[in-house]
Design a protein around this ligand. Sequence first.
Ligand code: PGA
Length: 241
Amino acid sequence: MIKPKIFQWIEVSSYEQMSGIAATIFIDQLLAKPDSVLGLATGGSPLGFYKELVRHHQAGEFSFARATTFNLDEYVGKGPGDATSYHEFMYRNLFRHIDLAENRRHVPNGLAPDLAKECERYERLIAESGGIDLQLLGIGVNGHIGFNEPGTPFDSRTHVVELEEATRSSNARFFDRKEDIPEKAITMGVETIMDARKIVLLAFGDNKMEAVRRLENCTVTEEFPASILRKHPHVRVIYGR
Ligand code: PGA
């Protein structure tokens, strides 16, 4: 039987509403399948989502104990203990507040001496965990998903990328000095993301609306990485301004 394709647009009137809806989707996933494999994201879009998740978790509504998580990306040269690393973002905003054992939470290792090997290891780990059940995504103003910048092949797996100037500038707010913004990152590839069984994409604010509109009307092209999501069987886009 062919399953119907879901591509759902959920328009919200506030950032809090977006965060609450996204949290409900993830909580429902964990209640239905406590050993779910979750794909997680960093940045401004999911901050409120993590707050909501933590709040409901601390109220005793659900547990992460049997879950496994994989983050989308990490800067090359950054790792645990570095305030601007995605390891640290995840620790501060989620991991330290929940009952998810350290060996079940995964973020690419931007400090690995052999980055190509690290990419392979990350892919293997995801596969060995049974694949991602539910993936959270943000979207870049240039349409990137994870750190897959325009032009990234759709068949890419976890790989090292050079960050675009637009991406470095929009992430400058997290760094004291421009020269501290990393030039490279490890990211799940487009195909890695497309392998997730379900996807939730968050986009809030005036600066994201052009990317959202483009996603709505686009042809599928590597020049706009998020466009591939139109081919995914189960996507929910939660957006607003
Ligand atoms: P943001 O980034 O959530 O910080 O806006 C999203 C992205 O660039 O993918």
